[in-house]
Design a protein around this ligand. Structure first.
Ligand code: BG6
Length: 351
């Protein structure tokens, strides 16, 4: 079957950027808009997935969701778990694809398996998808590439519409995966009535501002360049956060390892004290994400713990935050947004 792929030649060229990864970071406002097109109704502040066209009845049998992926897409899956459990109230397990098929997963016809893959061709992810189908699960592929193996083999597909991602290290594919999972959770939450209409409208309204907020952030990167110069020769770095901030921290650590060849680890901020604190020595950069209001005080107290060990703390928090500056060495401020929206912005300085 012939597929019409609407990517143009320009999209596969560097367009004046030094390298593809940087170009793709800068393409995120457009990628986010494209992911929302046809799914976000800005006037009614609702989400629809015409390609799924689900009804509440169809979802009744689903009692568990599995999200399976590799690398950055796996990290998007961890964020997706928070979204789906909190907004749609369905238990979610997230698996690394290369582990999933060897652990005899307890998956059956009442399970929904979501595989996330930018390329739609990662072999472990494909094998996991096939295993989930063999066990009778319903499957949805979240992918960027039209007509890819994941798109063809999953029962249904959610395309992320990020445009071609040439750089091996994923950036715009990740943020569009987060966005797709967020919209999907709102969609399922409304169908299951676990999410009330007013709150869902508030969430959708917040989404509409995201592309412009990203655009504004990308216009002002001088501070990021200073940090890169100052700490780019370090050997180790740590990323801390709680809740959704922890999920984003995982992605930040992977980006730093993959691109800068710096050893980096992400920790749930409250877990650091159980051993790893020993590695926090004088001068080690520790990036602390503090965007989640419900765990904010606890995160600040973890920040103080690492500061007491003379780590160099770079905090990431919302504009208008007056607390972080009193404790961290540096603060990167991101535009204020909702707690579920925060990962879409907080990951940018880490990229
Ligand atoms: C890795 C890339 O090799 O593959 C990651 O370095 C990517 O950036 C991962 O997230 C999975 O790829 P895909 O195409 O399945 O999302």
């Amino acid at each position: 079957k012939v597929f019409e792929v609407n990517w143009d030649a320009e999209a596969a060229e560097k367009g004046g950027f030094e390298h593809f990864m940087l170009k793709e970071i800068y393409e995120q406002p457009k990628a986010m808009r494209d992911t929302m097109t046809g799914r976000v109704n800005a006037e009614e502040k609702t989400i629809n997935f015409p390609e799924l066209n689900w009804t509440a009845e169809e979802l009744q049998g689903i009692n568990k969701i599995f999200i399976v992926a590799c690398g950055t897409a796996y990290h998007a899956g961890i964020v997706g778990k928070y979204y789906l459990e909190q907004l749609a109230r369905i238990p979610v397990e997230v698996d690394i694809a290369s582990e999933f098929r060897y652990r005899s997963p307890l998956i059956d016809g009442n399970s929904l398996c979501i595989v996330i893959s930018q390329s739609g061709e990662t072999s472990d992810t494909l094998a996991a998808l096939r295993e989930a189908k063999r066990l009778g699960a319903r499957t949805v592929g979240v992918t960027n590439v039209v007509g890819s193996s994941v798109a063809r083999e999953a029962d249904q597909v959610i395309y992320t519409y990020a445009g071609p991602e040439i750089a091996v290290a994923s950036t715009k594919a990740y943020t569009t995966q987060l966005l797709a999972m967020f919209m999907f959770a709102i969609y399922v939450g409304r169908l299951r009535n676990t999410l009330d209409e007013a709150y869902s409208q508030e969430l959708v309204a917040g989404l509409a501002s995201i592309p412009e907020q990203i655009h504004v952030m990308l216009e002002d990167v001088d501070q990021i360049k200073v940090f890169a110069r100052e700490y780019g020769s370090c050997e180790d770095a740590f990323f801390l956060g709680r809740s959704l901030d922890y999920a984003v921290a995982l992605e930040g650590a992977l980006k730093l390892k993959e691109i800068s060849y710096i050893h980096a680890e992400a920790y749930a901020a409250g877990e650091l004290k159980h051993g790893t604190l020993a590695l926090i020595v004088s001068g080690v950069p520790v990036i602390v994400l503090a965007t989640q209001e419900d765990v904010y005080d606890k995160t600040v107290s973890n920040l103080q713990e690492v500061k007491a060990r003379e780590a160099v703390v770079i905090a990431i928090g919302f504009e208008g935050d007056t607390v972080l500056a009193n404790h961290a060495n540096h603060v990167i401020y991101i535009p204020r947004t909702g707690k579920y929206h925060a990962p879409l912005l907080a990951v940018l300085p880490l990229q």
